[in-house]
Design a protein. Structure first.
Length: 254
């Protein structure tokens, strides 16, 4: 059963452009465009005709995008020699599928990284949840979000956030990501087929910063129809799962 839907009313982003962590960079203009386009497109990721955007699926999509952005940015830095692969390891399931684990990846989701101007998904998403009226002691346990994702690997619940039945996204995180990641890449690179972005692509190293902050206004907007604690859990579990996936697996369907 699908959960509730949220309205299409446009709201001001939770973060002003002057406060963006990339605001003093030469690429700030391209990052601003990518951020704005991602937020504006988000409500169309899972739109039910005649009703509106589906809140749980939209949050799962944005969380998954943030998780994959963290992964590809990290591996790009490793490939360039800027970062060491130390601390990363690969787990192979019985069916041969592989998932990446390790602190270098987890920390991109749980705390700020000034070297890539990222505020961290958990600080941003939890902050938006607090702004929605949730008390700090009521926030979901961060460690448990990772544990849930790991426990569900290789089971029928793999890739599904642990939510009440009425608050499930429309599809698993894998399937959601396969649908929205190509859209997100087009937005981040500003490579629209009809007219490329006037300021060029947002640098790959800044994708985690952009996709992380894009979660905040949507979490705030969905709080009117969805318990913000459930929304936060959906975002984090979707991001954690997506960060462990090889992008190539999305293309092969594995």
């Amino acid at each position: 059963m699908l959960g509730r839907l949220f309205g299409r009313k446009k709201e001001k982003p939770a973060t002003r452009q002057a406060d963006f962590p990339w605001s003093n960079l030469t690429e700030a203009g391209a990052c601003n465009l990518a951020f704005g386009d991602l937020v504006n497109h988000a409500t169309g990721f899972y739109f039910i005709e005649g009703r509106g955007p589906h809140a749980e699926s939209t949050l799962a999509a944005l969380g998954a995008i943030a998780g994959m952005a963290a992964r590809v940015a990290l591996f790009e830095r490793i490939a360039s020699g800027e970062r060491s692969p130390e601390g990363l390891n690969t787990a192979t399931l019985d069916d041969g599928r592989q998932f990446t684990f390790g602190d270098p990846l987890n920390l991109l989701l749980t705390q700020a990284d000034p070297s890539i101007h990222s505020l961290g998904l958990w600080p941003v998403a939890a902050g938006a949840t607090l702004q929605a009226g949730v008390a700090e002691h009521e926030l979901p346990d961060l460690g448990e979000q990772f544990a849930i994702v790991t426990r569900r690997l290789g089971t029928p619940d793999e890739g599904w956030p642990d939510t009440p039945e009425g608050n499930r996204p429309a599809a698993s995180t894998h399937d959601i990501l396969a649908r929205v990641w190509p859209i997100a890449k087009t937005i981040l690179t500003q490579s629209y087929h009809d007219k490329p972005g006037p300021l060029g692509p947002a640098p790959l190293r800044l994708w985690p910063a952009i996709t992380t902050i894009a979660v905040s206004p949507i979490l705030g907007r969905t709080a009117a129809v969805l318990d913000p604690r459930i929304g936060l859990a959906i975002v984090m579990q979707s991001a954690i799962y997506a960060s462990k996936l090889d992008p190539a697996a999305l293309e092969t369907g594995s």
